[in-house]
Ligand binder design. Structure first.
Ligand code: GTP
Ligand code: SPV
Ligand code: MN
Length: 588
C-alpha cells in the first residue's frame, strides 16, 4: 500500500515521464554525487549545470549560470489561483483553478522525458517545531535539488513527519524548455500546491522559498491565525549582554541579508543572525509574538558584498563547513577560477568571463556579473549564527521594522504611535524597484510590509489580519519604518548604512525599553539628532537634518498616491486603515 505522499509522486511521474525517479536523502554524500552529475552529465541548454570553482580560496564552492532570459523572479508570470478572483485581490495575477490546472497539465505532459525526477522531502522550520511544515518538491534539475538542500531541512525526518497523512505541501517544478511564453509559476492555496514550469531561477524554482513560505503560507496564516512575512530575524546584543530580538521587512534587494549579518560599528554591540528573508510569526502561549526562520540557507545578492560592506557574509561564503556553496550568474575570474562581482574587494581582474559565459569587454559598458547574481549558502556557515536558530519555539520579538528603498521623503527611522498606526505605516510603505524581479528598475511602487509580490490573498484582508494579530498580543511589539537610501543633492546616499545601521537599531531597542527620546511628527515619532548615537560619523549637518526632515508639501503628494493604492482593495480595506489615513491627512 502506498502512502498519499508516494501516490502523489507516482502521479507526477506518470504525467512528466522521467527516465528515472530518485528520492533524495539530503546527505553530504548524495550532494557530492549530484554535483558530479551536474558537472559531467546533466546539461541546461547545452551547458553543464555546475562548474567547480577554485577550492583553495572558495572551499566547497560551485558555479552555475542560468539561461539569460531566466535571471530573476517573473512577477507577471506568477499567479495565485483561488476559486474566487476577489480572494486573490488586485495584488495578484489570477486564473480560475481548473483552467490553470488544464493548462499546466498540458505543458507538463512528458516534460521530464530523458531526465531524472528528483524527489525532495523537506521541512520548512525545525522538524521538532510546532510551527514547521512538511513538504515535498519534485524537480528535474540537479541545481534546484542541491539549492533546496542548502535552503531547507531536507531528509528522512520530513517523510516521517508526513507519514500516512495527506497534510503536506506539494511543489511541482520542471525547467521545461525555458521558453518565456511557456513559463508559469502557479499557486493553488487551498491545495497547498505550487506548480512551476519553464524557469530554473531562484524564487521561481526553489518552491519552499517565496512560493510556499510566503504566498501559500500567508494564506495558511490568515486562516490559522499567524503571519508569514518577508522579514529578517536578528538578535541585537547590547554592551551589558542583553539580547533583543527584532524582525525587519524590506523589499527584495533592499538590505535584508546585510542587516541580518550586520557587523556593528558601535563598540559593545553585536548582531546575531537568525534569518535573512522569511519569518513566520506566531502568538505564543504567553501572548508574545514569536518568530521562526523557516529556511536553513541564505540566497543572497552577490553584487555589493565585500569585506567592507558585509564581512560576516564574506566569511560565511568562504567557510569550510556545510557542503556545498553555490554562485549563480556572477562573473568568473578567468585566470584564478574564482567568482567575481561588482563591489567585491580588490581591483577588477584583468580577465573576466561574464555571467553569460563570454570574455568580458570593459569598453562595451556591460556588466560582468548580473545585478541579481546570487550565492546559495547554508546559514550554519554563518559565524554569527544565533544559538536560538534551532530553537523550535522561535524567539520573542520586541520590535518590527518595515523598510523600503526611498531616495527622497522617507526619514531614516520613524516609530509608529501604536500597533494600528504601525499597520497603516506598513500599508503606506513604498519602495523603488530593484533587479530582483524582471521589471524596470528604480520605479516607485507601494510595497506594503515588502509583501506586494508575495501576499497570497487580497491585501485588504491582509491588513485586517495584521490588525487582528495585534489584538491577540499582550504587549505588541513597537513598529518602525527605516530607510537607508536617502540621497543628497548629488544623488549620493547620505547614510553610510551597513555596519552603521546598528546606530538605528540601538535607538529602536532603546525606545522599546523606554530609554530613548523622540519627537512627535505627523507621520510618527522621529529621533531628535541628540537622541541618536551619531558619534564618529562624517556627515555634513545639512545632510543629517535631511535624514530626519518631514516635508509637509511632499507628504501631501505622497498621500494622494497612498490613497490611490489603498482604494484598489475596496471593501476589503479595514476601516482602521482609513481612520489612520484621515488622521495623517488632517495633521499634514
Ligand atoms: P533579497 O535577497 O532580494 O530579498 O534582498 P535583500 O533585501 O536581502 O538585500 P541585500 O541585503 O542583499 O542588499 C541588496 C543590495 O543593497 C546590495 O547591493 C547591498 O550592497 C545594498 N545594501 C544593503 N544594505 C545597504 C545599506 O545599508 N546601505 C546601502 N546604501 N546599500 C545597502
Ligand atoms: C527576493 O527576490 O526577494 C529573493 C530572491 O529573496 S528569490 O528567491 O528569487 O525570491
Ligand atoms: Mn527576499
Amino acid at each position: 500500500m502506498s502512502t498519499p505522499l508516494e501516490k502523489w509522486v507516482n502521479e507526477q511521474a506518470k504525467l512528466t515521464k522521467p527516465d528515472k525517479v530518485y528520492w533524495c536523502d539530503g546527505s553530504d554524500e548524495e550532494a557530492r554525487r549530484l554535483i558530479e552529475i551536474g558537472i559531467k552529465e546533466e546539461k541546461i541548454s547545452g551547458n553543464p549545470v555546475f562548474h567547480e570553482l577554485n577550492q583553495k580560496i572558495w572551499p566547497n564552492a560551485y558555479y552555475h549560470r542560468s539561461h539569460p532570459t531566466d535571471v530573476a523572479r517573473t512577477e507577471h508570470l506568477t499567479y495565485v489561483c483561488h476559486p474566487d478572483k476577489d480572494v486573490a485581490g488586485p495584488n495578484n495575477n489570477w486564473m480560475e483553478p481548473s483552467k490553470a490546472k488544464n493548462m499546466m497539465t498540458k505543458l507538463s505532459d512528458g516534460c521530464m522525458k530523458g531526465k531524472t525526477m528528483y524527489v525532495l522531502p523537506y521541512t520548512m522550520g525545525h522538524p521538532d517545531s510546532p510551527y514547521a511544515k512538511a513538504c515535498i518538491q519534485i524537480t528535474d534539475v540537479s541545481y534546484v535539488a542541491i539549492s533546496m538542500r542548502i535552503m531547507t531541512r531536507m531528509g528522512k525526518k520530513a517523510i516521517e513527519r508526513i507519514g500516512n497523512s495527506t497534510d503536506f505541501v506539494k511543489g511541482f517544478h520542471s525547467i521545461g524548455d525555458l521558453d518565456p511564453n511557456k513559463r508559469f509559476i502557479m499557486h493553488f492555496p487551498d491545495e497547498h500546491l505550487v506548480w512551476s514550469i519553464g524557469s530554473g531561477y531562484g524564487g521561481n524554482a526553489l518552491l519552499g522559498k517565496k512560493c510556499f513560505s510566503l504566498r501559500i503560507a500567508s494564506w495558511l496564516g490568515y486562516q490559522e491565525g499567524w503571519l508569514a512575512e518577508h522579514m529578517v530575524i536578528l538578535g541585537i546584543q547590547d554592551p551589558k549582554g542583553n539580547v533583543t530580538y527584532v524582525t525587519a521587512a524590506m523589499p527584495s534587494a533592499c538590505g535584508k541579508t546585510n542587516l541580518a549579518m550586520l557587523e556593528s560599528t558601535l563598540p559593545g554591540y553585536k548582531v546575531w543572525t537568525i534569518g535573512d528573508d522569511i519569518a513566520w510569526l506566531n502568538v505564543g502561549p504567553d501572548g508574545r509574538l514569536y518568530a521562526i526562520n523557516p529556511e536553513a540557507g541564505l540566497f543572497g545578492v552577490a553584487p555589493g558584498t565585500s569585506m567592507k560592506t558585509n564581512p560576516n557574509m564574506m566569511r560565511t561564503l568562504k567557510a569550510d563547513k556545510f557542503y556545498p556553496t553555490l554562485f549563480t550568474n556572477t562573473a568568473l575570474n578567468t585566470d584564478t577560477n574564482e567568482p567575481w562581482w561588482d563591489g567585491i574587494d580588490g581591483p577588477v581582474p584583468e580577465n573576466l568571463t561574464d555571467w553569460q559565459g563570454n570574455p568580458w569587454d570593459v569598453s562595451k559598458n556591460s556588466k560582468a556579473s548580473h545585478p541579481n547574481a546570487r550565492f546559495t549558502v547554508s546559514v550554519y556557515n554563518a559565524p554569527a549564527l544565533s544559538k536560538e536558530f534551532d530553537n523550535p519555539r522561535g524567539v520573542p520579538i520586541s520590535a518590527i521594522i518595515l523598510g523600503g528603498k526611498r531616495t527622497h521623503l522617507i526619514p531614516l527611522v520613524t516609530e509608529a504611535f501604536d500597533w494600528q498606526n504601525g499597520v497603516f505605516l506598513g500599508a503606506r510603505t513604498g519602495s523603488e524597484t530593484t533587479a530582483a524581479a524582471t521589471h524596470k528598475e528604480g520605479v516607485l511602487r507601494r510595497d506594503p510590509m515588502a509583501m506586494l509580490p508575495f501576499c497570497g490573498y487580497n491585501m485588504g484582508d491582509y491588513f485586517k489580519h495584521w490588525l487582528s494579530i495585534g489584538k491577540k498580543l499582550k504587549n505588541p511589539p513597537k513598529i518602525y519604518s527605516v530607510n537607508w537610501f536617502r540621497t543628497d543633492d548629488n544623488g549620493k546616499f547620505i547614510w553610510p548604512g551597513f555596519g552603521d545601521n546598528i546606530r538605528v537599531l540601538k535607538w529602536i531597542i532603546d525606545r522599546s525599553a523606554g530609554n530613548a527620546g523622540a519627537k512627535e511628527t505627523p507621520i510618527g515619532m522621529v529621533p531628535d539628532i541628540k537622541d541618536m548615537a551619531l558619534e564618529g560619523l562624517d556627515i555634513p549637518k545639512k545632510n543629517i537634518e535631511k535624514l530626519f526632515e518631514i516635508n509637509h508639501c511632499e507628504w501631501k503628494k505622497e498621500l494622494q498616491d497612498i490613497e490611490k493604492f489603498i482604494t484598489q482593495f475596496g471593501k476589503h480595506t479595514p476601516p482602521e486603515i482609513w481612520q489612520e489615513y484621515d488622521k495623517l491627512s488632517k495633521k499634514l
